[in-house]
Design a protein around this ligand. Structure first.
Ligand code: SAH
Ligand code: SF4
Length: 365
């Protein structure tokens, strides 16, 4: 199959043009056509020489994943189910707010890490997404939002909080990030692109060295005994090591804090004592907490913490001077709170029952 230019970062694009005997500045032109105007037809690229426009279709293609479902919720949240091959589909969610628009993207079909509260983990690991499939989500969302009249910079932020563990697919995630940051492509600032990880320490160090963007870490428990159960990767990379890795990350990060995500599970990790234990962690690293009401799915055996419990928990942190936000669920009427429709398209009815809260925050203080 012809190479898919949608996933080519600046370096790869320059290499492509020099290989076909063209000037390297063509790379910049192509990046702009593809990522700033979402053009996929070489014939429409009017500032390219006619001869080049004629040649390109036999040398390369520009292709995004196919949209198999497109739903908009009453609150404007929009969700796409994207087919990436005959058996796999992933989800992207667009969340508009007054002052920003956030796109939540997937990095893998499925996930190998099997966290207790996550339906993506329950379905197992299917495969890594390619850089073209990752950037393709942003490309598609930009194009479809523009078509619906949301001109200009509808997407101001990108979060890797859809399906998969991005730090287990850095080979593809890093070039995708470079395109998101490139001024000739999406031009997002490093602080407006957030990678969320369950705590894959070597990946945190690699991301720090190769492309430091904002970091969110899925903490979910204040001690190793509980975290071992909820986030099994903790057995390999325990809390003390994770905190050290966060500190190393902050040396190069675009923000001076790490965001800790914390899913509130009724009777499991949500007591005031758990919150007090977290203060031992917040004393060691500059951080903010984002409390996520658990989104239940069949057979999870877990329940969402009641609002009062969440309030008491966040008060313990706030009284100690820690910033806390509570994520709020958006797009309920289209099941957009569900983070993983996908996996196997043929099987999506069953899987659509599973769920995750999408990344929207609201200051709780
Ligand atoms: N693998 C990465 C990124 C994808 S998950 C990670 O784990 O960080 C994005 C966020 O959704 C994580 O904080 C994850 O813990 C959370 N999440 C997963 N399942 C959830 C559920 N059922 N309810 C609420 N949040 C969930
Ligand atoms: Fe994977 Fe993240 Fe789900 Fe854990 S929470 S299983 S790391 S996608």
């Amino acid at each position: 199959m012809l190479p898919n230019l949608i996933g080519f970062d600046a370096l790869a694009m320059s290499a492509f043009f020099s290989e076909i005997g063209e000037k390297e500045f063509r790379a910049r032109q192509l990046l702009r056509w593809i990522h700033q105007r979402q053009v996929s037809d070489f014939a429409a690229m009017s500032d390219l020489a006619m001869s080049l426009r004629g040649r390109l279709p036999s040398l390369a293609r520009i292709a995004a994943p196919e949209v198999v479902r497109d739903h908009t919720a009453a609150d404007g949240t929009r969700k796409w189910l994207l087919q990436v091959d005959s058996t796999n589909a992933v989800e992207s969610v667009y969340i508009p707010e007054r002052s920003r628009g956030t796109l939540c993207v997937s990095s893998q079909a499925g996930c190998v890490l099997d966290c207790a509260f996550c339906s993506t983990g329950k379905q197992g690991f299917n495969r890594n997404l390619s850089r073209a499939e990752i950037v393709g989500q942003l490309w598609l969302a930009s194009r479809l939002l523009a078509e619906s009249g949301l001109e200009g910079r509808a997407i101001t932020n990108v979060v890797f909080m859809g399906m998969g563990e991005p730090l287990l697919n850095l080979e593809e995630v890093v070039p995708a990030l470079r395109l998101m940051l490139d001024d000739n492509a999406y031009g997002l600032s490093r602080r407006r692109v957030t990678v969320s990880t369950s705590g894959v320490i070597p990946g945190m160090d690699q991301l720090r060295d190769e492309c430091p963007v904002a970091l969110a870490v899925s903490l979910h428990a204040p001690n190793d005994a509980l975290r071992d159960k909820l986030v099994p990767i903790n057995r390999k990379y325990p809390l003390a090591e994770l905190i050290k890795a966060c500190r190393r990350y902050l040396e190069r990060a675009p923000r001076d804090f790490v965001t800790f995500e914390y899913v509130m599970l009724d009777g499991v990790n949500d007591s005031p004592q758990h919150a007090r234990e977290l203060l031992g962690i917040s004393a060691r690293i500059h951080c903010k907490f984002n409390l996520i009401p658990f989104n239940p799915f069949p057979d999870s055996g877990l329940r969402r913490s009641p609002p009062d419990t969440v309030r008491r928990f966040s008060e313990v942190l706030q009284r100690a001077g820690v910033t806390v936000t509570v994520r709020r669920t958006r797009g309920d009427d289209i099941d957009a709170a569900c983070g993983q429709l996908a996996g196997d398209v043929a099987d999506r009815t069953r899987r659509s029952a599973a769920g995750r809260v999408i990344p929207i925050t609201e200051v709780h203080a």
